[in-house]
Design a protein around this ligand. Structure first.
Ligand code: 4AD
Ligand code: MG
Length: 430
């Protein structure tokens, strides 16, 4: 008998097939026994019917517990009453393993308990839906960049120097030297962009963030494009195109999962180009009007981002922050050298920053000066300075955080559910 997956079940109506999976739930009604089987791709109702009171499969049914693993064989039927519209008329059950006292029962559990059991929590319908959407977001991102001629260039995780400031570095030993876990692939991306024109890197990044918020992970995944000869405007357009592409792909391919999450898709359907653009100065004005005590020169925290993000229906691009709240590599605005040619994209519905990027300094002397001003060890940045010595060109790029993007698209409260095994302040288990 053919082993098939539940997501393909519609193709096998009237045929006898084999499913391999786990018991999600079970119930009885008169002479019928219902088994809800999950196989990783979906959940299917499997029914055992007997005109007699006794039936050998009824005994097996009794033995099965939540999350026991099994193989079931039977005939696929279309049935409007079944959840999903299909069911399997069971002819045979092969028990693989009986699960004893599965800790996550259908009753509600506290978050801390669920986080301690994250390795099992992943099997629940809601977590499954979120992580399917995450996988779709990642697939969309790869298709987007590959389809536009960007080259995937993997950047190192172990690095000798900081990209995004020295306060959030994870330090580790590198034999007799010190190394830091990468905060961003950007600096290396700038080198590969000079070799390949347009590139992207996509990998885990690490920040020893001491803040315990709904938006921060210590280990998160970031996709970072970098384009030689691009300006700030070019990469804002690229960022808009990317976000539109991701959202429309999820709307197209992951309807069922969005439904499972009760995600109202109307706000997502509005995500089209162009996105509103405001400057940092405009943002300060909006915040002041809303009663915030904020002055020009202050950076935005989560509350400020939430307010700004709630002020627009689409993601908003905030440009030209003061240089002093941004990283050392930011190109100054020729019209006001205290401002950076940078952009943060804030997702709507209160979600805040999903993208950070901008134009990089391409002048050798200016970059050297900034490295010194930021007290960074020049010897570790010599290679980076070299890029400004041999055919330096204006260039720009950005980073999009996967987990923040998934949290927004799924409209979930906390970033911890957007990655299989979140790394957070005071939590590294499981
Ligand atoms: O704004 P950030 O710090 O920008 C950079 O790292 C640049 N070097 C990227 C570049 O230009 N190539 O981070 C970019 C994005 C943020 O907008 C956010 O989505 C995500 O990375 N991010 C985090 N996500 C989860 N947890 C954290 N602690 C994050 N820090 C940043
Ligand atoms: Mg940022």
């Amino acid at each position: 008998m053919k082993w098939v997956y539940i997501e393909d079940i519609a193709k096998y109506v009237g045929e006898k097939v084999e499913l391999r999976g786990w018991v999600y739930n079970k119930r009885s009604s008169g002479r019928v026994r219902f088994l809800l089987i999950r196989d990783g791709t979906g959940i299917l109702q499997c029914t055992i019917f007997s005109p007699e009171k006794e039936h050998p499969l009824f005994d097996k049914f009794e033995e099965l517990t939540q999350e026991s693993s099994l193989i079931v064989r039977g005939k696929v039927k279309e049935d409007k009453r079944a959840p999903g519209g299909y069911e399997l008329e069971v002819e045979d059950i092969e028990i693989i393993h009986i699960a004893k006292d599965y800790p996550i029962t259908p009753k509600p559990h506290g978050v801390s308990f669920l986080m301690d059991h994250r390795h099992l929590w992943l099997r629940s319908v809601r977590q499954h839906a979120i992580l399917q959407i995450r996988a779709e977001v990642i697939r969309a991102i790869r298709d987007f960049f590959d389809g536009r001629g960007f080259r995937l260039m993997d950047t190192p995780i172990l690095t000798p120097s900081a990209c995004e400031g020295t306060t959030t570095l994870f330090e580790t030993k590198y034999f007799d030297e010190k190394a830091y876990l990468s905060q961003s692939g950007q600096l290396y991306n700038e080198a590969t962009a000079m070799a390949f024109g347009k590139v992207y890197c996509f990998g885990p990044t690490f920040r020893a963030e001491k803040s315990k918020t709904r938006r921060h992970l210590l280990e998160f995944w970031m996709v970072e494009p970098e384009v030689a000869f691009a300006t700030l405007n070019d990469i804002i357009e690229l960022a808009e195109d990317l976000v539109v592409y991701i959202v429309s792909r999820v709307l197209d391919k992951r309807k069922k999962e969005l439904e499972t999450l009760n995600r109202d898709t109307k706000p997502l359907e509005k995500i089209a180009k162009p996105f509103p653009r405001i400057t940092y100065k405009d943002a300060i004005k909006i915040l002041k009007e809303k009663g915030f005590k904020i002055e020009f020169g202050d950076d935005f925290g989560a509350p400020e981002e939430t307010i700004l993000s709630n002020s627009f229906e689409k993601p908003v691009c905030v440009t030209r922050y003061p240089l002093k709240v941004k990283a050392f590599y930011m190109q100054p605005d020729p019209e006001n050298p205290d401002l950076a040619l940078c952009v943060d994209m804030l997702a709507p519905e209160g979600y805040g920053e999903i993208i950070g990027g901008g134009q990089r300094i391409h002048d050798y002397d200016l970059l050297l000066q900034k490295i010194k001003e930021h007290n960074l060890p020049i010897e570790n940045y010599q290679w980076y300075l070299d890029l400004r010595k041999y055919g330096s060109v204006p260039h720009a790029g950005f980073g999009l955080g996967i987990e923040r993007t998934v949290a927004w698209i799924c409209k979930i409260d906390h970033i911890r559910e957007t990655i299989p095994f979140p790394r957070m302040l005071y939590r590294m288990y499981p």
